[in-house]
Ligand binder design. Structure first.
Ligand SMILES: C[S@@+](CC[C@H](N)C(=O)[O-])C[C@H]1O[C@@H](n2cnc3c(N)ncnc32)[C@H](O)[C@@H]1O
Length: 276
């Protein structure tokens, strides 16, 4: 019997306790009820993508980057992958070895055999034989600073059909804007990021704009929405990219023009676009 109406009959109660969504005695409190709602909300966006890949390819390989405690990977596995009888697999990639070890132990305890956790840098993960050549879906939830960019780079190299990122704080672009500010101020538009607080905020926003253009420049269709109800975080921008082999020239040109115009040329390699 499920412990609360919000919990689906086939959900792992043990997992929900491990994730502190259920209390030790299997109850939901006010706080965890909200957390569960948020989880379902995010799942609502990802589930149709998983179903699409499953229907097209027969199995789904998902890589969650900057996995942390692999909260997202475990939830996706429990709600979707667990019931599949095929070669589908969820990989969590995380740079902190102790989190990789604890996720491995939890997956073993829960009997989630279709999950693996790897401690690899972005470059290693692109080349690693521990990951399959084909990856269908790449996710990155609040992967901090440039870890979201690592996730995008990995996904592009792997030709993922879907890329789902909810970026976290981003400092790299703001640092370059700050460094080149004096020169940039010849352009009145640089007023947008003249004050230090604005430098940080504009830096964060333009980062996501550049990420979207980068994805479009690789043939993806991109949608940007808000993760409504994600109140515990200020970072609730959800970017979903779907590979459609769309024309790339215009977004690539715009990406390069923006980098030039606002003094972000040093980041051309970060937001690489294919030559048009
Ligand atoms: C803010 S946590 C988010 C964890 C998890 N996705 C979540 O939403 O609960 C970001 C995680 O990314 C990891 N990380 C940072 N840079 C990374 C990279 N380049 N590749 C993989 N993981 C990275 C950090 O160690 C940290 O655990």
């Amino acid at each position: 019997m499920s412990p609360a109406p919000e919990i689906r009959p086939d959900q792992s109660v043990e997992l929900l306790k491990e994730l502190h969504i259920l209390t030790r005695d299997g109850k939901l409190n006010q706080d965890s009820r909200r957390k569960l709602k948020q989880v379902y909300h995010l799942f609502q966006f990802i589930e149709p993508l998983l179903r699409d890949v499953k229907a097209e390819r027969g199995a789904v390989t998902l890589v969650d980057r900057g996995a942390g405690k692999s909260y997202l990977g475990f939830i996706l596995y429990d709600l979707f992958f667990k019931a599949l009888r095929d070669d589908s697999h969820v990989y969590g990639i995380e740079t902190r070895a102790e989190l990789v070890a604890s996720s491995q132990a939890l997956a073993a305890r829960l009997g989630f055999g279709g999950m693996s956790f790897l401690n690899l840098t972005v470059a290693e993960s692109i080349a690693s034989g521990q990951l399959p050549a084909r990856v269908d879906v790449v996710t990155a939830l609040h992967a901090c600073d440039t870890a979201t960019d690592d996730a995008i780079r990995f996904a592009l190299e792997k030709h993922a059909k879907y890329i789902v990122v909810v970026p976290c704080c981003q400092a790299e672009v703001a640092a370059v804007l700050r460094k080149n500010k004096a020169r940039a101020l010849a352009d009145p538009l640089a007023e947008i990021w003249r004050h230090p607080l604005h430098t940080r905020e504009f830096g964060s926003q333009i980062t996501n704009v550049l990420r979207c253009l980068q994805l479009e420049a690789h043939g993806y269709q991109v949608s940007v929405t808000e993760l409504v109800g994600w109140e515990h975080s200020m970072k609730n921008e959800l970017i979903i990219a779907h590979y459609k082999n769309l024309p790339r020239r215009k977004p690539a040109e715009r990406l390069n023009e923006i980098l030039d115009r606002i003094g972000l040329q040093p980041l051309r390699e970060r937001f690489f676009a294919p030559a048009s």
